[in-house]
Design a protein around this ligand. Structure first.
Ligand code: CP3
Length: 318
């Protein structure tokens, strides 16, 4: 996640001339940015399409924008049943540039590594749509959650996500990731009642297509419930040791979980912490080494390269 981004000078160069939404909605640009990490780090095991989880909200009628240097903001946050009724279903055309970008990237990767497609999970999408942007306490979302409006909203979002993920697979995505980045704000009773059924519907709908990673941050208390909702792979952040997380998700594969801040530390510390993650994975099959969240903007590119090389050197010995 956030494999491409502001830590790369080539990305910053492109961003000087193009807004984030323009990049996402211009197939050639999205493909070019998606190819930055695979070109810079040819030993990566997978590439991810450059897009954003919030893109899907626009064709539904939620006016999402990205301000200069700020987070996302929404001009017409969802508050009422009428707001939810006004949401349109996702059509085949609006996000066509994403699918076209996938086709271009697949051609350019030429089988050298698999390509991951993705979408936001209904809760994380709803949190932006209802709060009107990023939030700390999610008070509006938590208030709406306990009303019937929530059921209608989450169902519409789940429908759109299923449509979008299916299209990405048709375009060539060989794996998918569902980002429920902020769901850790909920206690487990709320997750079970207001989130699990909708995320589960997505995993059920896509069963038998491609493997899916189910990711959230600050979600140690939700691991069993997230596993119940679905996902072939559970993505975990760095707050819980990998082996402790793995023992709680049963037979599923796991993705994680180096703290992205470690990439800013001296090399010796970075590699020591990477070894710690590998030690906790203990060579068991089904571990995808990854950061516990996205690459941070001040990350030195050389450290990313050193980490990839180190992990490959260590795991190839087995
Ligand atoms: O890894 C990749 O190359 C794919 C790119 C990717 C982006 N967003 C591009 C992006 C992915 C996988 C996402 C997912 C995403 N977007 C998530 C889930 C993953 C996570 O981080 O938890 C979320 C919550 C969003 C919403 C979002 N997009 C926010 C809150 C912001 C602004 C915050 C920030 O870091 O500035 C974005 C903008 C965004 N999307 C950036 C990138 C590279 C940074 C913006 C920039 O270039 O100016």
């Amino acid at each position: 996640m956030r494999q491409a981004g502001r830590y790369q000078k080539e990305y910053r160069e492109i961003r000087r001339n193009h807004a984030i939404l323009d990049i996402c909605l211009t197939a050639e640009l999205a493909a070019e940015v998606s190819m930055l990490p695979p070109r810079q780090f040819p030993d990566l095991d997978a590439a991810i399409i450059f897009s954003d989880i919030l893109l899907i909200l626009r064709p539904l009628g939620v006016q999402i924008g990205f301000g200069q240097g700020e987070g996302p903001s929404i001009a017409n946050p969802i508050q009422t049943q009428a707001d939810v009724d006004a949401l349109r279903p996702l059509d085949g055309e609006s996000l066509q540039p994403v699918y076209d970008a996938i086709r271009i990237v697949k051609r350019e990767l030429a089988g050298r590594m698999p390509l991951i497609g993705f979408a936001g999970a209904p809760f994380t999408l709803a949190s932006y749509a209802v709060e009107g942007g990023s939030s700390r306490n999610y008070l509006k979302a938590k208030a709406l959650m306990i009303t019937p409006v929530w059921v209608a909203l989450m169902n519409k979002l789940a429908d759109a996500v299923i449509f979008h993920l299916r299209r990405q697979v048709e375009a060539g995505a060989e794996m998918l990731q569902l980002f429920d980045s902020w769901v850790g704000t909920l206690g487990s009773d709320d997750y079970r009642e207001y989130v699990l059924p909708y995320s589960k519907r997505i995993f059920d709908a896509l069963r038998g297509s491609v493997p899916i990673i189910h990711f959230a941050t600050e979600s140690a208390h939700l691991l069993e419930l997230m596993t119940e909702a679905g996902g072939d792979v559970i993505g975990v952040d760095w707050r819980l040791p990998l082996d402790a997380a793995w023992s709680r998700i049963g037979k599923r594969a796991i993705q994680g979980n180096l703290d992205p801040a470690t990439l800013l530390a001296p090399r010796e510390h970075l590699l020591r912490r990477a070894d710690e993650v590998l030690r906790r994975a203990a060579g068991r099959p089904g571990h995808i080494f990854n950061l516990g969240h996205g690459v941070l903007p001040p990350t030195p590119v050389e450290n990313v390269a050193a980490l990839i090389e180190h992990v490959h050197a260590r795991t190839a010995q087995r």
